[in-house]
Design a protein around this ligand. Structure first.
Ligand SMILES: NC(=O)C1=CN([C@@H]2O[C@H](COP(=O)(O)OP(=O)(O)OC[C@H]3O[C@@H](n4cnc5c(N)ncnc54)[C@H](O)[C@@H]3O)[C@@H](O)[C@H]2O)C=CC1
Ligand SMILES: C[N+](C)(C)CC(=O)CC(=O)[O-]
Length: 491
């Protein structure tokens, strides 16, 4: 499915914490979005979520997201769902409210639209009770923040139509999400079953005066929380069994389940005293930051962690890599300035430094991405490198002409200055959003046999493609700044 052509429409019914995240996820992936929420404050709250999403979601990728869709706020469900391909119910977690809203959605929505519910705990069969077309409704349970975290639990009942489940998964993948189809409907699906168990134990630890909210959070974030983000529970414990593996792990730690290590199913009563105790500890722990500041801290950390996972493709990193590939396939192919555009991306927050602009190290990173993209363009792509040949960079000269700031969109064009035998001499120009030149990079790459680690000529096809670019670019005037050395006067 094309990601952004023509613009698709999503309707979000209920624009609170989760609805706002859905708005951002669809909008920043090029969908038009219509929102219905009776709260007069909804527009302001969604604007705040969107501001945070705009500074974090694009930072996950080394390529640009599609142009943002259009956002409208509607005065009725009927207006919001009109023409929508996806309708997401994100109203309060009360079955009666959800039934009322789903009935209204089905009255006005296209019969082929997917209707997802964000419910954290209700089974799809419960949501479908009394529905005009039960098969159209699926649980699409997201995780906060919806614009960054890829997991969506897709839960169907016996009445659900498989075609809608398949369509739901396809659409969610297109907007960068990871649909996990839950095989059997149960209360609270998979993830919230797990979360509730940890939450229950946490409440007991505070209730019994054993640990504060901060100590419990430390127990998670300094240890197993880091492991869970990349390997989950079972893969982590498999390693904990040492070379003897999972069988040995269970033999050793299985009996502990019957020792008093857990409170099992007992739930502490949420008395006013316990709630006040937790709220006071939470204020002492995190009250110095506003919710929006905490969200930005969370988002920057999530972006950093998820970007790190891209390297190995573990967990969320694999989803990002798949989405990035799809985004690159759908990126505009038009040349800018008559040269191939080899980079189009946002400057992530993490690239800004103490001077409040993009740090010099990341100019080289962006230009290296341009060289990689140009290599792919001439056929020196992943398959070529896997066959044992590549280019190594021998020399680079960077010029910094104007500032790029976090959140800015930057593009790079690539020009061949010389294509001769094993030599590939490139000149990259980095532009800001207004088309002004922010930096240039002149770089010499040498073709190498990866088995001998020695220079050699590229394969015939790569040579031919490179030569074609070289011949075309030789007709252009020499770029300003080419051949400069450090300290040279302008002019
Ligand atoms: N907050 C969380 O961490 C998560 C929540 N969810 C689920 O998402 C759903 C929404 O939860 P939150 O966003 O947290 O709640 P919320 O309270 O932040 O937002 C609910 C929104 O629904 C609106 N609303 C109330 N009546 C409505 C109606 N008749 N029609 C349309 N909108 C209406 C409210 O004005 C409010 O803006 C729930 O089903 C919840 O279980 C799912 C994943 C995580
Ligand atoms: C607390 N909660 C049950 C609403 C949480 C979720 O449903 C998922 C999440 O984002 O943690």
């Amino acid at each position: 499915m094309a990601i952004n052509n023509p613009p698709l429409k999503a309707a979000i019914i209920g624009g609170g914490v989760i609805g706002g995240g859905w708005v951002a996820r669809f909008l920043l992936n090029g969908w038009d979005v219509a929102v219905y929420d009776p709260d007069p404050e909804a527009e302001r709250k969604i604007a705040a979520v969107l501001a945070n999403a705009r500074r974090s979601l694009p930072a996950l990728y080394d390529t640009a997201l599609p142009a943002e869709g259009k956002l409208v706020f509607c005065g009725s469900v009927a207006k919001a769902v009109d023409g929508a391909r996806w309708v997401q119910e994100s109203a309060p977690e009360q079955l009666a409210i959800k039934h009322r809203i789903l009935a209204e959605i089905q009255q006005y929505a296209d019969k082929n639209a997917v209707i997802g519910s964000s419910t954290s705990g209700f089974k799809p069969s419960e949501l479908q009770e009394g529905a005009a077309r039960p098969g159209q409704i699926v649980v699409a349970h997201p995780f906060n923040p919806v614009y960054l975290l890829p997991l969506i639990e897709i839960v169907a009942s016996k009445q659900s139509d498989k075609a809608f489940v398949a369509a739901a998964c396809g659409i969610l993948r297109d907007v960068g999400l990871k649909p996990l189809v839950v095989g059997k409907e149960i209360d609270a699906h998979i993830a919230d079953r797990l979360l509730e168990a940890v939450w229950r134990e946490g409440l007991w630890l505070v209730n019994d005066g054993i640990a504060t909210t901060e100590e419990i959070d430390d127990a998670i974030r300094f240890g197993f929380g880091l492991r869970w983000a990349q390997m989950g529970l079972f893969e982590t414990y498999r390693i904990a069994g040492g070379e003897a593996g999972m069988g040995h792990f269970i033999a050793q730690f299985g009996p502990a389940l019957k020792w008093p290590w857990t409170k099992l199913m007992n739930v502490p009563e949420l008395t006013p005293e316990l709630i006040a105790k937790i709220a006071a500890q939470s204020d002492a722990q995190s009250g110095a930051l506003s919710i929006r500041e905490l969200e930005r801290l969370r988002d920057d950390n999530l972006v950093g962690m998820m970007r790190a996972l891209k390297k190995s493709g573990s967990g969320a990193g694999g989803t990002l890599n798949d989405h990035e590939k799809a985004l690159s396939r759908n990126a505009p192919t038009a040349d800018t300035h008559a040269l191939p555009q080899t980079v189009c991306r946002q400057v992530p927050q993490s690239w800004a430094d103490y001077n409040g602009h993009m740090n010099e190290a990341h100019y080289l990173e962006a230009f290296a991405q341009a060289s990689d993209a140009f290599m792919a363009l001439i056929g020196a792509d992943d398959a070529y490198i896997a066959s044992g040949k590549s280019f190594f960079t021998a020399e680079t000269h960077l010029r910094h002409l104007a500032e790029a700031k976090a959140g800015d969109t930057i593009t790079i064009t690539t020009r061949v200055l010389l294509a001769q035998g094993k030599k590939m001499h490139l000149f990259h120009t980095l532009y800001g959003k207004d088309g002004s030149i922010l930096a240039t990079c002149e770089t010499l790459l040498i073709h190498v046999d990866l088995t001998t680690r020695r220079a050699c000529n590229p394969d015939a096809e790569v040579t031919r493609h490179l030569q074609e670019f070289g011949d075309a670019h030789a007709k252009l005037a020499k770029p300003d700044g080419a051949g400069r050395h450090v300290g040279q006067k302008n002019g």
